[in-house]
Design a protein around this ligand. Sequence first.
Ligand code: SF4
Length: 296
Amino acid sequence: MQYDLPLWRPPSEGRSLILQATLGCSHNRCTFCHMYVGKRFRVRPWDDLLADMDSAARRHPHTRKVFLADGDPMALGASRLVDIATELRQRLPALERISTYATPQNLLRKSPRQLRRIREAGLELLYFGVESGDPQVLRRVQKGATPDQIVKAAGRAHEAGFRLSCTVLLGLAGREGSLRHARQTAELLSRIDPAFASALSIMIPEPDEGRDYPLREVPVDTPWREMRPLELVAELRELVAGLECTDTVFRSNHASNYLPIGGRLPREKGAMLALMDQVLDSASEDLLRPEWMRGL
Ligand code: SF4
């Protein structure tokens, strides 16, 4: 397999075969995201993809899960995505799941019929960055989509039969905007009603001499750095309290978070709230993940 670094994947794809269908991110403007700052977006040549798939079939013939990287292979045309899924399924007979990242923009650019074709070809799970339900926050971080556009894109994906795994970012609105960010994000997630939802916490990477890609310049007016660990837990509590999902697995076990929680909504909402109340009532950071253990 030929990999163009850096290479990112969701934590739950840790055991998946990763195939880079595209490189970088066609949007590449979100101010909190450093993943592809140093990569120009491009589509990988078809022959390179076929060579990688042949190599995967030889070396990992029992592969059950494939994750398509980098930031948004859904920017590809429907026919190319159908071809990739079809070729993968032909080469990997044990394949159970193909997943990828998706942005609201690249879902909205496809028609319901195109999305159905992609789904029927075998692409099944989409990691969908929601980040915030607060329109002001989305505008400030240059997400490139409004809450209504995010809901519309998610609805199209659901109608085509995809499962969605939505991510939101704690701390994105800073201390002053925290309550509003939590409540509006809960409202947006409830409207989407995804199969999976997870909360991450904003992290600003430290400058690192050894890093081979540049960091995005953080705007000077950013409020991100202001929040203390317990304030982020309070924001997480407000978010979970506001979730009205019908059947969603919710997690905050990402390495960026201070308090990993998880459960199925709505059934385990009370237990998750009780755990967070216990931590908040203690007013102690001793129960939280120590700073040195947070990372990406
Ligand atoms: S769309 Fe996703 S990968 Fe692209 S810049 Fe935004 S957060 Fe990063």
